[in-house]
Design a protein around this ligand. Structure first.
Ligand SMILES: Cc1cc2nc3c(=O)[nH]c(=O)nc-3n(C[C@H](O)[C@H](O)[C@H](O)COP(=O)(O)OP(=O)(O)OC[C@H]3O[C@@H](n4cnc5c(N)ncnc54)[C@H](O)[C@@H]3O)c2cc1C
Length: 537
């Protein structure tokens, strides 16, 4: 038997919180210092070898649809591997689906964001129902009686996996169905019909082309009622205790996110209750969309962190040409560049999360403008980061026993769903145009021009935002990318070690960053940047 040599130890057990300098600093800075002990405990749970294994198992043994029972009666149930249930239980016990609503306090959304950031590093599939349930609450509150009925079960930290009417359960999860076959971005093209049957109750006829986590207890859906596109809560069971007529046609065979079920469904007179004003479905459900877009930023930042921490860990142990990889100057450059991207994504995400904890004018502007902007750029960078980090591990990074292939397959999804890249950029244009004081708030956020390097960049950005052709849709990606880079630079200049801020400004504000990693110019302390991203053990 040959001797195994020069292989790094697995990165486990490790604490996803305590070993993450950037996350810990952000949690303190953005107002959730009080949550540190709980986050450290959660980070330790996630970093246990047995929890990490659950992530592998849940993605290997994927969900199975059971359409009919042996006699032909409809079931429309999905069976999951025990690993899925265990992971979802871990997420719900930590309150990631509802803690800021159940126990509102300063820093609550930031603390929850930090927990979700760590969860997605171990398994992203369970994150989907967790994120949708979190996002559902502000939309449900448009129907106070429905919210009063559902909130206690949504706020519960139990995981009640039983397929029963919600009133018989201790806890409930909420999904959403907006996308139809003929169009997901253009929701006004929805054709599903909602026929009123009295007392705010409607019967839905139609389909959804994507409806993830179909074992949720209820779904917020859009359908055309007599007064136009409206938002509804559609439970899996009717008040009479019968299975609602939601038929799961098939599960999607997805590139990644494989532990999670995403379904195509048909509604055959399905029971649903109106949420919000009839005919105002999009503004009602878009509140949920804002939170799930925040979650796209959190999830993608977490994927980047996991890719980078694995890469740095590997490079600290693996040797080539008589040196550890991390001591090879070109590899140090690649790692430092990856670490910069990850840190910039994390600090912006956590800053954005704080805007969801605050309610002043600045917070409202940040939520409205920066949420779609950050979603666009952070999600867009994630596939590149996961791919480059995979290469750091060489051939082993391409093998399914390693987490890298899973991170890589997961990476594009947050950019596609909840408004794809272009839709986010067009939304930023709209938000800038319609949000009073957006320019002033962003100017303050960007440091009021105090940093010389940033000032040049921001002056150019301001000219673009003020130009007559500022709404030229063909240029929206360019504009939004620059806005995000400026925000990231401002945060790093204010809060990160000088080496990090200098490297970010030198590489990202000169218009050349983004084509590949490992392009940082001379004169930067690359090693200290890579070391900052290293896990503690
Ligand atoms: C894994 C997964 C899970 C999902 N889960 C759910 C779910 O639970 N519930 C749900 O409702 N949906 C879900 N979706 C659907 C998702 O939200 C949609 O796929 C997404 O919104 C895009 O809609 P579409 O697929 O119809 O693409 P289209 O709307 O056809 O868009 C195609 C492309 O055209 C671009 N585009 C559209 N309009 C413009 C324009 N005016 N200018 C420039 N470019 C434009 C878009 O950015 C996109 O890149 C899920 C998707 C995936 C992949």
């Amino acid at each position: 038997m040959f001797e195994v040599q020069n292989q790094p130890p697995p990165l486990e057990p490790y604490n996803l919180f305590s070993s993450d300098n950037v996350l810990r600093e952000a949690v303190r800075r953005e107002g959730a210092r009080w949550a540190e002990a709980a986050l450290a405990a959660f980070g330790a749970t996630l970093g246990k070898p047995e929890t990490i294994q659950l992530g592998f198992d849940a993605n290997k043994f994927t969900p199975q649809l059971r359409t009919l029972d042996r006699y032909g009666h409809r079931l429309d149930e999905v069976e999951f591997h025990p690993a899925w249930h265990e992971l979802l239980g871990i997420a719900l016990t930590a309150g990631l689906h509802s803690s800021p609503w159940a126990d509102p306090k300063p820093g609550a959304h930031v603390a929850r964001a930090a927990g979700a950031f760590m969860l997605g590093q171990v398994e992203s599939g369970v994150y989907c129902p967790v994120a949708m349930t979190y996002g559902s609450v502000p939309t449900l509150r448009h129907a106070p009686a429905i919210a009063k009925d559902w909130q206690p079960r949504i706020f519960s930290r139990d995981y009640d996996r039983r397929f029963l009417p919600a009133h018989l359960k201790t806890a409930a999860l909420v999904g959403m169905g907006m996308t139809e076959n003929q169009g997901g971005s253009d929701l006004r093209a929805n054709t599903t019909r909602a026929e009123p049957s009295g007392g705010g109750v409607f019967r839905l006829h139609g389909h959804k082309w994507f409806m993830s986590a179909p074992m949720c207890d209820a779904f917020l859906v859009l359908a055309q009622s007599p007064k136009g596109l409206s938002c509804f809560l559609m439970p899996r069971w009717t008040p009479e205790g019968e299975r609602n007529t939601i038929q799961i046609v098939r599960l999607k065979d997805k590139l990644g996110n494989r532990s999670n079920a995403s379904s195509e469904v048909e509604f055959h007179g399905a029971y649903a209750q109106l949420v919000g004003e009839e005919g105002r479905g999009i503004p009602t459900i878009i509140e949920m969309g804002n939170y799930t877009r925040l979650d796209c930023c959190i999830g993608s930042s977490g994927l980047m962190r996991q890719a980078v921490v694995q890469a740095v860990h590997h490079a600290r142990h693996r040797r080539a040409f008589q040196k550890k990889l991390i001591d090879q100057p070109l590899m140090t450059n690649v790692l430092a560049d990856l670490a910069l991207e990850s840190e910039a994504a994390t600090v912006l995400t956590m800053r954005l999360a704080r805007a969801y904890d605050e309610n002043d004018e600045a917070a409202q502007v940040i939520r409205r403008v920066v949420t779609p902007a950050a979603k666009f750029w952070i999600c867009k960078r994630t596939p590149f980061v996961t791919y480059e980090a995979m290469e750091v591990l060489g051939g082993s990074g391409y093998i399914e026993e390693c987490v890298m292939p899973r991170l890589y397959r997961e990476a594009p999804v947050n950019s596609i769903w909840e408004g794809s890249g272009n839709i986010m950029c067009l939304d930023v244009l709209r938000a800038m145009e319609r949000t009073p004081n957006a320019a002033d708030v962003l100017h303050r956020e960007l440091g009021d021009g105090k940093d010389a390097r940033l000032k040049v960049f921001v002056d150019r950005l301001n000219r673009r935002f003020a130009a007559r052709d500022r709404n030229d849709e063909s240029q929206a990606r360019l504009l939004v990318r620059e806005l995000v880079l400026a925000l990231q630079a401002a945060l790093l200049i204010s809060h990160a070690p000088t080496t990090i801020a200098d490297a970010f400004c030198a590489s990202r504000l000169n218009g050349e960053g983004g084509s590949a990693f490992g392009l940082l110019p001379r004169g930067i302390d690359l090693r200290s940047i890579a070391d900052r991203a290293a896990p503690a053990n």
